[in-house]
Design a protein around this ligand. Sequence first.
Ligand SMILES: Nc1ncnc2c1ncn2[C@@H]1O[C@H](COP(=O)(O)OP(=O)(O)OP(=O)(O)O)[C@@H](O)[C@H]1O
Length: 257
Amino acid sequence: MNVIDVKGLNFSIDEKPILNGITFSVPQGTVTGMLGPNGAGKTTLLRHLSGYYKPDAGTVFINGVDIVKLKPRERARIIGLVPQDAVNSLGFSVYEMVMMGRSPYMDFFGNEKEEDRRVVEECLKICGVYELKDRRMDEISGGEAQRVLIARALAQQPEIMLLDEPVSHLDIKYQLDIMGLVRELSHRGMTVVSIVHDLNIALNFCDRAVLIKNGTVIAEGEIEKVVSSENIYETYGVKAKIEAGDYSVVIPELEMV
Ligand SMILES: Nc1ncnc2c1ncn2[C@@H]1O[C@H](COP(=O)(O)OP(=O)(O)OP(=O)(O)O)[C@@H](O)[C@H]1O
């Protein structure tokens, strides 16, 4: 079953077309990488999947319902968004950050209930940051902060998690660590869509991908089919071969002068 269906999405900013006829599907419980060069339109597309932008034409269906018909609170219970970094979070404790994820379930006054505290503790544990719960956000590392942001989105108890380049600033250990956590969430049934710049990370941690260039879909589907030599050349203009293995890698052909 497809949790997300994007059909014929067009979107312009200041009359400049940014997305042109974007169509793809995301099956339940999978990790889909959103790939493509700088300026291709990935962030703009992710913002449509979160309901932040309204398309000029076309539709984003979430479980068969047009996303623009969902109220913000309803949307927040279905879709969790993990931003690139923890800006504006510095004064908050890790616990308070994750508790923010419960706001779609709280009353007008933001009163926490026992259930909210239970969910927050569980999400802190799943994301491996329970021990850090009393630390302030500016007292933890970038990799730990990324885990906290994932825990906050998880506390919304969403069906879908959207991530905006979750590992781009992280060292190799944290990259593997965060992507391992993302995979684990998908094994628990979460549907994940993540912008990924590193094709090797995409090859090894995503089930599927949608490859975008100049606001159009070049390819979508199973990861091995999308991240191919032909598609890499067409999208990035780089000749490369794919070496499949325990950890598959994209090897660019460097033309030395
Ligand atoms: N608010 C905005 N106003 C004007 N142009 C914008 C705006 N947001 C995005 N764009 C333009 O839309 C295009 C796509 O941008 P977008 O950020 O979606 O690309 P991207 O694939 O996420 O890029 P990157 O990988 O560099 O983050 C770019 O040409 C960008 O300059």
